[in-house]
Design a protein around this ligand. Structure first.
Ligand code: OAD
Length: 242
């Protein structure tokens, strides 16, 4: 911890990469592991583009759970610590999460690699509407429809779809330009997000990882802080403040 604190104090430009573990203490289930969503929902059957095109009602069973869980969630201490970190050089939060909790906490620059549940879009006419405006019908079990008659879907990246190109390239640039990158709560197995720390390392960034478990990234990081986001991030920020 002390070495990580010293490295953060030395850094001019910091980037953060977050994954589902960042939101666990806000009551949102991760994807992998015993309590993970993918234990109950096979991603190829529910969360892929081909699954949505084949049987959108089935995909909406998953979307409904995610929307109810994420739109009702609140940021925790760890999220607020990342807001304070902006006073100590944090330039961008790159996230794989679709729950808008970093924005709710107040971070200035949030790059959503996998999109967001906060918006719905129509794949027929491309129109967009806020998910919040359709929450009642979603909670009641209905599927929201666009004015053109087609079904809406959440603006999240499904398996088999490319990531939003501009968001990915800005995220990669942030990682390359950062002299320190902190990853929080990601299993670091889904590409291309998982290669962001590698990019940062290649351009000389110090890597810090926060996770209760080791991941494929752990052997390559400079400082591994074993623990939960809601504990380790406030601890880090408190020590930087002193
Ligand atoms: P995963 O569910 O794969 O990994 C969550 C990670 O969080 C694991 O390494 C856990 O050990 C860790 N973790 C659990 N509780 C934690 C806590 N309280 N604090 C910190 N860490 C904790 O989630 P991601 O790595 O985000 O993509 O998964 C990446 C992508 O795979 C997701 O964005 C999603 C999924 O398929 C799409 O849906 C496109």
């Amino acid at each position: 911890m002390e070495k990580a604190v010293r490295a953060i104090k030395r850094a001019d430009k910091i980037a953060v990469l977050t994954g589902a573990g960042m939101s666990v203490e806000s009551g949102i289930a991760p994807f992998r592991g015993e309590d993970g969503l993918w234990k109950k929902f096979d991603p190829q059957e529910y969360a892929s583009l081909s699954a949505f095109n084949r049987d959108p009602e089935k995909s909406w069973e998953l979307f409904r759970i995610q929307i109810e869980e994420c739109l009702g969630a609140e940021p925790h201490e760890g999220h607020y610590s990342l807001v304070e970190l902006e006073d100590h050089g944090l330039n961008a939060v790159v996230t794989q999460n679709v729950d808008s909790l970093h924005q709710k906490a107040g971070n200035e620059k949030v790059l959503e690699l996998h999109g967001s549940l906060a918006e719905l879009f129509c794949s027929s006419c491309n129109s967009r509407e806020g998910t919040e405006d359709h929450l009642d019908e979603i909670v009641e079990g209905d599927i929201p429809h666009c004015g053109c008659g087609s079904m809406f879907r959440p603006d999240v990246v499904l398996f088999g779809e490319p990531l939003p190109r501009n968001v990915l390239s800005v995220s990669q640039r942030e990682a390359e330009e950062a002299d320190l990158l902190i990853t929080v709560g990601t299993s670091a197995v889904v590409q291309p997000a998982a290669s962001i720390p590698t990019l940062a390392k290649r351009t000389g960034s110090v890597l810090i990882e926060i996770n209760p478990e080791r991941t494929p990234l752990t052997p390559r990081v400079d400082h591994f802080l074993k623990g939960k986001a809601g504990e380790k991030l406030p601890e880090l920020v408190e020590q930087i403040r002193d």
